[in-house]
Design a protein around this ligand. Structure first.
Ligand SMILES: Nc1ncnc2c1ncn2[C@@H]1O[C@H](COP(=O)(O)OP(=O)(O)O)[C@@H](O)[C@H]1O
Ligand SMILES: [Mg+2]
Length: 347
C-alpha cells in the first residue's frame, strides 16, 4: 500500500502552486524528452518508467553516479498523475545530520534553539507530488526508522508537535551504492530497503549503452552550438575516442568532456584521449569545475576564470596564459565580476 494520503492540518498557502507546470499531460512523450538514448537498455528503462509512473508504487533507483537517476525521477513524476504538483528533490547526504529531521518533516516555532518560526518540511512541500530522496543510504539509521514509519503509516509529525499530519506524497529514492551491499554493511536498514524496493529500477552505466555515448555527445555539442551560434564539430578520431572510452562518470562525465572540448576547440574537436584523463587528474587535485549543460556561457566563463585564477594562486599573467586570453581581457572580466558582486550583495 505505497499510496500515502496527506492532508494539511491547517489551511496555508499551497506551496505546490509555485511548482505548477504549464499544462502537463501525464504519460505524454514530452515527459521523457530530456532522457536521451536509443540503446535497448534505455528503451526498456523508458518503458518501465512509463508503466510504473501511472501507479503509486515507491520506486528505488539504483545506478552509478551520473547515470541519470535524478533525471529519471523527474520524468517519472512528470509522467504520473501528480505532474501538476511539486517534484521535490532532496539530497539526503548533503543536509547536516542535525537538521535533516526538521528539513524532512518540518518543525514548530521554538522546538529547538534557532527555530524562530514554523517551518514546512519537504514532506509537506511535496504534498500531492513526488519526493525524491537522493542518496538515501546516507541518512542516519535513526532517521531511516522515521522514514520507514512515514512510508508505512502515511503520516508524519513536525519536530516539536505531536499531531500527526497525513501525507499524500509519492516517494522515489535513489542510491549509487548497491543497496543490498548497503544492507549487509549496516548503512541501510533492511526493513527500509524492502519498503523502498517495491519497484526497483537500475540505470545502466553509459558503457553498456551501445552508441548512446555518441548520440549524447552530439546532442550536448549541438546544444552548445545553437546557444552560442557556433558550428564546432567532432573530428572522426574524437568520435572514435568517445566510443572507446569507458565513462566511469557516465553522462555527467561525458557532458563535462564535451563542454571542455567545446571551449578549447577552435572549430574541430580533435580526438585527444588524454583529454578524458583531465577529469581524473583535476579531481585529484581538487581543481575540477562542473558546469551543467544549459548554463549561460557568461556564467560558465566566470566559473572557469575564477577557478583558474585560484589554481594559479592569483597570478593574473599565468591565469590569462592558461586560459588563452589577453591580460587585458582578464582584467576587464574580473572588474565586471567584482561590480556584479557589489550589485548582488544584500543590503
Ligand atoms: N539519458 C540522458 N539523456 C540526457 N542527459 C542525461 C541523461 N542521463 C543523465 N543526463 C544528464 O547527466 C547529468 C547527470 O544526471 P543525474 O540525473 O544528475 O545523474 P545521477 O543522479 O545518477 O548522478 C545531468 O546533467 C543530466 O541531465
Ligand atoms: Mg544524483
Amino acid at each position: 500500500m505505497p499510496h500515502l494520503l496527506i492532508t494539511d492540518d491547517e489551511p496555508a498557502v499551497r506551496e505546490s502552486e509555485l511548482y505548477r507546470n504549464e499544462e502537463p499531460t501525464p504519460g505524454s512523450n514530452d515527459c521523457f524528452a530530456k532522457i536521451l538514448g536509443e540503446s535497448p537498455a534505455m528503451q526498456l528503462l523508458r518503458a518501465h518508467v512509463e508503466k510504473v509512473a501511472l501507479t503509486q508504487a515507491t520506486v528505488l533507483l539504483t545506478g552509478e553516479s551520473g547515470t541519470g537517476k535524478e533525471l529519471v525521477a523527474e520524468a517519472l513524476h512528470l509522467a504520473s498523475a501528480r505532474c501538476t504538483k511539486p517534484f521535490v528533490p532532496v539530497n539526503c547526504g548533503a543536509i547536516s545530520p542535525n537538521l535533516i529531521e526538521s528539513e524532512l518533516f518540518g518543525h514548530e516555532k521554538g522546538s529547538f534553539t534557532g527555530a524562530d518560526r514554523r517551518h514546512k518540511g519537504y514532506f509537506e512541500v511535496a504534498e500531492g507530488g513526488t519526493l525524491f530522496l537522493d542518496e538515501v543510504t546516507e541518512m542516519s539509521l535513526d532517521l531511516q526508522v522515521r522514514l520507514l514509519r512515514v512510508l508505512e503509516t502515511g503520516r508524519f509529525m513536525r519536530v516539536g508537535k505531536n499531531d500527526e499530519i497525513i501525507a499524500d506524497v509519492r516517494v522515489v529514492a535513489a542510491t549509487n551504492r548497491d543497496p543490498e551491499e548497503a544492507v549487509r554493511s549496516g548503512a541501510l536498514r533492511e526493513d527500509l530497503f524492502y519498503r523502498l524496493n517495491v519497484f526497483p529500477l537500475e540505470l545502466p552505466p553509459l558503457r553498456m549503452r551501445n552508441d548512446d555515448a555518441l548520440l549524447l555527445a552530439r546532442h550536448f555539442l549541438d546544444k552548445l552550438n545553437t546557444e552560442n551560434h557556433t558550428h564546432k564539430a567532432f573530428a572522426s578520431d574524437a568520435l572514435e575516442a568517445i566510443q572507446e572510452h569507458t565513462w566511469p562518470g557516465n553522462v555527467r562525465e561525458l557532458r563535462n568532456y564535451v563542454y571542455r572540448s567545446y571551449i578549447l576547440a577552435d572549430n574541430e574537436i580533435k580526438g585527444d584521449s588524454s583529454f578524458f584523463d583531465l577529469q581524473s587528474h583535476a579531481t585529484e587535485s581538487g581543481s575540477q569545475i562542473s558546469v551543467p549543460v544549459g548554463t549561460p556561457l557568461a556564467d560558465a566563463n566566470r566559473q572557469l576564470i575564477l577557478a583558474t585564477l585560484e589554481q594559479c594562486e592569483g597570478v593574473k599573467k599565468k591565469t590569462a596564459e592558461t586560459l588563452g586570453i589577453s591580460l587585458k581581457t582578464l582584467y576587464n572580466r574580473l572588474e565586471e565580476y567584482s561590480a556584479e558582486d557589489c550589485d548582488n550583495t544584500p543590503s
